[in-house]
Design a protein around this ligand. Structure first.
Ligand code: SAH
Length: 319
């Protein structure tokens, strides 16, 4: 069992995570996480491993499972998010494991750092977001830098995992530089250290000040998109209701918009507008620049059907 125990307080662990730990004969994990569940593991075999022994942990878990033991590999947050789930499957496949080889694998989901940290600072992830780990221990820097550049352009809210450690101090500076090429200097940034643990610490800053902030191994950095704001100590990313409803006028639907339907600038509305712009003489290259999309995509979009399905067809699709 690969057990995600959430951010690090027993209250934020799921019922299944607790039950899985209770069921297990052997508990394997990084010392810090073992400490967090100390009260649940009395009388069990406990194998404490250090940070760099990840593969060893998976290999050891397999050996115990083959010997008939029920093993819980404990991970912070979610075991599948920068955790042990991937390496464990790699070790299993390497050893010739299949789902019916007699060793059952269960992944117990947990709240990942981005969920916990977001909950503590407000509602920063209410629109499209992504996670990027700044750890170059196993990932080449150009891969990380290209992803930072892509998401900066694409205006995702970004959660940075593994932002900084004693040895890795420049990655966060480079991340800041890449993000500043596409984002305003005053873009809100929240830094949460040790969420739901004893030394929890929350601070707010802006993108241009981010590299000077107190950031460490136990911090997650949340960087807003172009719409994110901070008010009353809460970081909020709008869902987009203001595109459709006039919030200042008691929530009346804006002209041209319909509740429950795509925006007038949604796919079909946009295709119609694009095709009209093209008919009025704009070339695909001009349209590509105007809409900041690839020219070959614009060429395809100009050929795409811009009609909504008939009411009957729509109902059939939903049935
Ligand atoms: N599997 C974990 C992530 C492991 S990578 C998860 O799903 O959360 C380790 C990184 O996770 C840390 O460097 C930090 O960025 C983040 N992290 C894990 N626990 C955290 C916590 N309680 N508070 C803040 N950040 C945390």
């Amino acid at each position: 069992m690969l057990v995600g125990i959430g951010p690090g307080s027993v209250e934020h662990m799921t019922g299944r995570a607790r039950a899985a730990i209770a069921e297990a004969d052997t508990i394997i994990g990084y010392v810090t996480y073992i400490k967090l569940v100390a009260d649940l593991i009395e009388g069990k075999e406990v194998i404490r491993k250090s940070m760099t022994e990840e593969l060893d942990r998976a290999i050891e878990a397999l050996a115990r499972a083959r010997a008939g033991k029920k093993v819980a590999l404990v991970s912070s947050g979610d075991a599948g998010v920068y955790g042990m789930a991937g390496p464990t499957y790699e070790v299993l496949f390497e050893a010739g494991w299949t789902p019916d080889s007699g060793i059952a694998v269960e992944i117990v989901p947990g709240a990942s750092a981005l969920n916990s940290c977001a909950a503590l600072v407000g509602a920063p992830l209410t629109h499209d977001f992504c996670a990027i780990s700044l750890s170059d221990l196993l990932t080449p820097w150009p891969v990380i830098a290209r992803r930072l550049d892509a998401v900066a352009q694409a205006d995702f809210v970004v959660a940075l995992y593994n932002p900084k450690s004693g040895r890795r101090t420049q990655q966060i500076v480079q991340a800041q530089q890449l993000l500043l090429r596409h984002r305003r200097p005053d873009t809100p940034v929240a830094i949460v250290k040790s969420a739901y643990r004893r030394r929890e610490q929350i601070s707010f800053t802006t993108l241009d000040q981010m590299a000077e902030a107190d950031i460490g191994m136990l911090s997650t950095v949340l960087i807003g998109n172009s719409q994110t704001f901070v008010r009353e100590g809460r970081m909020v990313t709008p869902r987009g209701y203001a595109n459709k409803y006039a919030l200042e006028e008691g929530g009346a639907t804006r002209a041209g918009e319909q509740a429950g339907r795509s925006l007038s600038t949604g796919l079909l509305g946009w295709l119609r507008a694009l095709q009209a712009e093209h008919q009025a003489g704009a070339t695909p290259d001009e349209l590509a620049r105007r809409h900041r999309l690839p020219a070959d995509y614009i060429v395809q979009a100009l050929l795409a059907p811009a009609e909504a399905p008939t009411a009957a067809a729509a109902e059939e699709g939903e049935a």
